[in-house]
Design a protein around this ligand. Structure first.
Ligand SMILES: C[S@@+](CC[C@H](N)C(=O)[O-])C[C@H]1O[C@@H](n2cnc3c(N)ncnc32)[C@H](O)[C@@H]1O
Length: 261
């Protein structure tokens, strides 16, 4: 058997592993109460081949091959994620429109059940001749006995701007989006797992609201920069993360899920 992870770091209540989730999840010392993750998948711009795209899809940045980051087949994620959870746990998995059906089939095949399909409205749209794309999707799944979310009045769609200043990662998620699912489906002290940490949004959203976190990331550059980001937020007492949640909570007219200031 090879090495299960390359490095392990501990920052406050967060344990971070540099490695492949397929190796790391089976040997984690504690099962998770909740999974909030944004899975890697092949990512192409779509649309007309002569259309000029900006940002990460700009011709000088990306060849549109689909390999924007390391990825793995959907059917290889569900089993390790299921087995890394406690008997009863919620699992949120983010993906774009092209991957929703394959992701759902794979996670149902891994014995997780589906509550609902949620969405993130990013505000700005990516160009496409077949309707401009301004949303991503979140499979809201569960293992074991279903648990009610902490706030019953939330709608499927959550509006929140894309994060800024994180150009070192191709697909960073906003921390308020992660905070919504952490606050809905866990209690203070619970352990939140993200097997695909990226820039660390789920770790920040967990730690800022008194949860513990366990993170896995395969790319060493992202791992190191996410560790630095989490350390900086911890020094700040996670004030910015909580302020961002508060603003988005109000914008989305969510009346519950206040944190104790
Ligand atoms: C979609 S990104 C996550 C973005 C993250 N939610 C954020 O807010 O920045 C998926 C991440 O999974 C990582 N990854 C890909 N394959 C992996 C594997 N087998 N094990 C662990 N991490 C992996 C990629 O390097 C990438 O950073």
């Amino acid at each position: 058997m090879g090495t299960t992870w390359l490095r392990k770091e501990v920052i406050g209540d967060c344990t971070l592993y540099l490695g492949d989730m397929r190796d790391v999840l089976p040997v984690l010392p504690e099962k998770a109460d909740l999974v909030v993750t944004d899975a890697p998948y092949k990512l192409t711009s779509g649309g007309h081949k002569n259309q000029s795209m900006g940002g990460k899809f700009a011709k000088e940045n990306y060849d549109n091959s689909g390999d924007l980051m390391e990825s793995l087949p959907w059917h290889e994620m569900g089993g390790p994620i299921n087995r890394a959870c406690k008997a009863n746990a919620d699992v949120y998995v983010m993906c774009n429109d092209k991957h929703v059906s394959n992701a759902e089939i794979a996670f149902r095949g891994a014995d997780l059940k589906m509550h609902n399909l949620l969405s993130w409205d990013k505000g700005t749209a990516t160009r496409s001749p077949f309707y401009m794309k301004n949303q991503e999707y979140i499979l809201y799944l569960w293992k074991g006995d279903a648990k009610r979310p902490n706030y019953g009045g939330a709608k499927q769609k959550f509006e929140c701007a894309r994060p800024k200043g994180l150009d070192w990662h191709p697909t960073p998620k906003p921390t308020p989006l992660m905070a919504l699912y952490v606050l809905q489906s866990s209690q203070p002290g619970d352990l939140v797992l993200d097997p695909f940490m990226g820039a660390g949004a789920s770790a920040l959203a967990s730690l800022a609201f008194g949860r513990r976190a366990v993170m896995v990331e395969i790319n060493e550059t992202y791992f190191d920069l996410a560790c630095a980001r989490i350390e900086a937020a911890q020094r700040d007492g996670f004030q910015q993360i909580r302020a961002d949640w508060d603003r988005c909570r109000a914008h989305n007219k969510i009346k519950g899920l206040q944190y104790a200031a």
